[in-house]
Ligand binder design. Structure first.
Ligand code: MRU
Length: 341
């Protein structure tokens, strides 16, 4: 299934322009923002127009293609400033750096043209959809019979080339009749769960409800949820996983309540060059994202806020990492090495 067939296209290439669905205004408005330069793509990533680790990587690849087409050159030295600007947009999702490295490797090949770079960006985009569908099947196979699931942030078609990672598993499990209900955590401060995941689940007709973050403990204690399923922004060589802030809380709660914890991510999210989770750069976003809601102050004027965008879940709290290459149960460094070959 292509994204166009599926009906949600987070990114699309139209007439020499990268169009991004503006995820800041969903679900109430569906509008696309046109990016014509690498700088505009980097800004869109920083501003959360496009977000989600795989989608950020795909957008960056198209950003490189835009720069090459404008300059008429597919040369990493000529495009150095554009590459730097894209690399500096957000620090945590390794898919961004993975995609830039792939584009640079293509440029290092003799005879590479701007059109080749555009073709590679489109390939990265198409491959991501295929990987998500493969992960969907592998992840769904781990889920026994009809049960409730819990997810966090948005890991669906909007966060990827299409279908989704954790939400892709939920989609596949739903298609197999295994989903009684999904609970989506609202995901403060950007509310990706409330605005984006709820929108995708509703479009798909998957039975679901929303919960505020603080409700997770009592929901898991009720016993109906069998799996917490999340995505990842970076998985290190030992299986430690960075994902949206609040993921670690869920992993601790899941272990305490005997609920299984699944991380779903393509191999482009695995950073074998980084040994363990404490080395992952965690993005700290502006304080006003926490102290305001839709521009309205919700805290006293001038009050300080912590706003780490991601946290790290240690491998020992993860029951399964699902990738397009296969499933790693109870991940550790040896199993991750075997997976990545
Ligand atoms: O800040 P965001 O919205 O880019 O964070 C997104 C997440 O943390 C996702 O869970 C992760 O990128 C996986 S998306 C398939």
């Amino acid at each position: 299934m292509t994204m166009a067939e599926f009906g949600i296209e987070a990114l699309r290439w139209r007439d020499g322009v990268l169009e991004l669905i503006d995820q800041r205004v969903l679900p109430h408005e569906e509008r696309y923002l046109a990016c014509r330069t690498a700088g505009e793509v980097a800004q869109a990533i920083r501003d959360m127009v496009v977000r989600g680790a795989p989608a950020i990587g795909i957008a960056a690849a198209y950003g490189v293609a835009l720069a090459a087409l404008a300059k008429g050159r597919a040369d990493a030295d000529v495009l150095a400033a554009d590459l730097r600007c894209l690399a500096e947009s957000r620090p945590t999702a390794v898919n961004l750096f993975w995609a830039l490295d792939k584009m640079k490797a293509r440029m290092a090949e003799a005879g590479c043209t701007p059109a080749d770079l555009l073709a590679l960006a489109a390939q990265i985009h198409a491959d991501d959809i295929r990987m998500n569908q493969a992960m969907g099947e592998l992840g769904a196979a781990l889920i026994d019979g009809p049960c409730e699931l819990y997810t966090h942030c948005n890991t669906g078609a909007l966060a990827t080339g299409g279908w989704g990672t954790a939400l892709g598993v939920i989609r596949s499990a739903h298609a197999e009749g295994k989903v009684l209900r999904v609970t989506a955590g609202e995901t403060r401060p950007w509310l990706q769960g409330a605005r984006l995941t709820a929108w995708e689940l509703q479009r798909d007709g998957i039975p679901a409800r929303l919960a505020c973050e603080g409700a997770a403990g009592s929901i898991l204690r009720e016993g109906a949820v069998r799996w917490v399923i999340v995505g990842a922004d970076r998985i290190t060589a030992n299986g430690d996983t960075a994902n949206k802030i609040g993921t670690y809380n869920l992993a601790v709660l899941a272990r305490h309540h005997g609920v299984k914890f699944m991380v779903v991510a393509p191999s482009s999210t695995i950073d074998m060059a980084m040994e363990s989770g404490e080395l992952i750069p965690i993005e700290e976003r502006p304080q006003h994202e926490v102290t305001t809601l839709k521009g309205l102050a919700i805290a006293p004027e001038g009050f300080a806020a912590a706003n780490p965008s991601f946290d790290v879940t240690p491998a020992e709290l993860i029951d399964a990492i699902v990738t397009e290459r296969g499933v790693v149960l109870k991940p550790d460094a040896e199993k991750m090495r075997a997976l990545m070959g």
